[in-house]
Design a protein around this ligand. Structure first.
Ligand code: HEC
Ligand code: HEC
Length: 299
């Protein structure tokens, strides 16, 4: 009996040691990934100040998700607050106290939005720069012009604090910072011409790949909280609902959040796409129709 007790005591001791070791390794790995320093060449992007450019920048901010994580006033918003994933806030982007605009130069915006990096070169967590990296110089310039024009908001948000599950997901590589996934050498177009073309639809669809996957076949959204539903398959595959939809059904979903059968899509699917210009929505449909069919979740 004694030896048995001692044995189990030893086993428990070993298990406890392994647990502590795993915890330290996982924490170290997450810290190490976010502590990494990326050296990228940040191309100069012209930042205009005319009303038309600022309006285009506002349109991009409203329809590409900036408000969802940085707040409608861009004064910052808590995006994730749970013990497993941690506490993650989109920072205050305005000139107000606690905001970063006062210390951000134009290059710093380009580094954050296009490359997913802080001014000191460390990768930003959760900020989906993979979706924004393909912005043309013209669109990125307009977006920065708008960010610099918004009224100051006085609100401070603490730094990102990762929970154990977020650390584990980074350790096993399920979550990667955008900076790790972006092709930093890619030459971005100076200008993209809006029009009812597959090409323009492909450009707009950069707003969809973060959740629906690089090939838009849907499936689990790794960076989201565990209660998020799987993203739908947007390719014309037999396993995809969209295969049976018309353009009108698709436009109606974007604008009202309702499927043809009357059911509502989850609020995780951003309603802001309803505000995309008609030419953006229709070219998206053209692009989705042109995709090769891919079974659901084969991202
Ligand atoms: C899914 C949520 C999310 C969306 C959408 C999002 N951001 Fe962020 N953003 C964040 C988080 C979180 C951080 C802070 C990351 C960190 O400190 O590691 C951040 C950081 C930033 C930074 C600051 C970088 C720094 O050095 O502190 C800028 C600038 C920024 N975002 C701009 C934008 C713009 C512009 C958009 C829309 C085109 C946008 N973000 C969309 C979550 C988001
Ligand atoms: C923040 C994550 C997110 C982004 C970004 C996103 N979606 Fe979704 N989308 C979802 C989720 C999750 C669902 C499934 C919701 C459900 O099951 O109710 C969905 C469902 C859909 C549906 C309904 C399909 C069906 O079978 O019912 C369409 C259409 C759609 N998305 C199109 C788009 C397009 C086009 C874009 C880019 C312009 C986009 N989504 C960007 C998360 C997202």
């Amino acid at each position: 009996m004694r030896t048995l007790l001692r044995r189990s005591g030893q086993i428990l001791g070993v298990l406890a040691f392994l647990l502590v070791f795993a915890f330290v390794a996982v924490s170290w790995s997450a810290k190490n990934q976010l502590g990494r320093n990326y050296k990228v060449t940040v191309a100069k992007v012209a930042v205009p100040s005319d009303a038309e450019a600022i309006a285009q920048g506002r349109h991009l901010a409203a329809t590409r998700g900036c408000y969802d994580c940085h707040g409608e006033d861009l004064g910052g918003l808590i995006v994730i607050d749970d013990p497993a994933m941690g506490r993650v806030a989109g920072p205050n982007l305005t000139r107000g106290p606690g905001g970063l605009a006062a210390r951000f130069g134009d290059d710093d915006y380009v580094r954050a939005i296009r490359h997913g990096l802080a001014p000191d070169g460390h990768p930003l967590f959760l900020m989906p720069s993979t979706d924004y990296a393909p912005f043309s110089d013209e669109d990125l310039g307009a977006l920065i012009a708008y960010l610099k024009s918004v009224p100051p908001v006085n609100r401070a948000r603490g730094p990102v604090q990762l929970g154990p599950i977020a650390r584990l997901l980074m350790f096993v590589g399920t979550i990667k910072p955008s900076a790790e996934l972006i092709d930093h050498e890619l030459l971005r177009p100076a200008k993209i011409t809006a029009g009812l073309t597959v090409e323009y639809g492909r450009y707009v669809a950069n707003a969809c790949t973060g959740c629906h996957g690089p090939n838009l076949s849907g499936g689990r959204i790794a960076s989201g909280p565990s209660d998020w539903p799987r993203a739908a398959n947007l390719t014309p595959d037999a396993t995809s609902r969209l295969a049976k939809w018309t353009e009108a059904d698709f436009l109606n979903l974007l604008r009202t959040g309702k499927r043809p059968d009357g059911t509502a899509v989850s609020p995780v699917m951003p309603r802001a796409f309803g505000e995309l210009y008609e030419v953006e929505q229709k070219s998206l449909w053209l692009f989705l129709q042109s995709l090769p069919a891919a079974p659901t979740g084969t991202r």
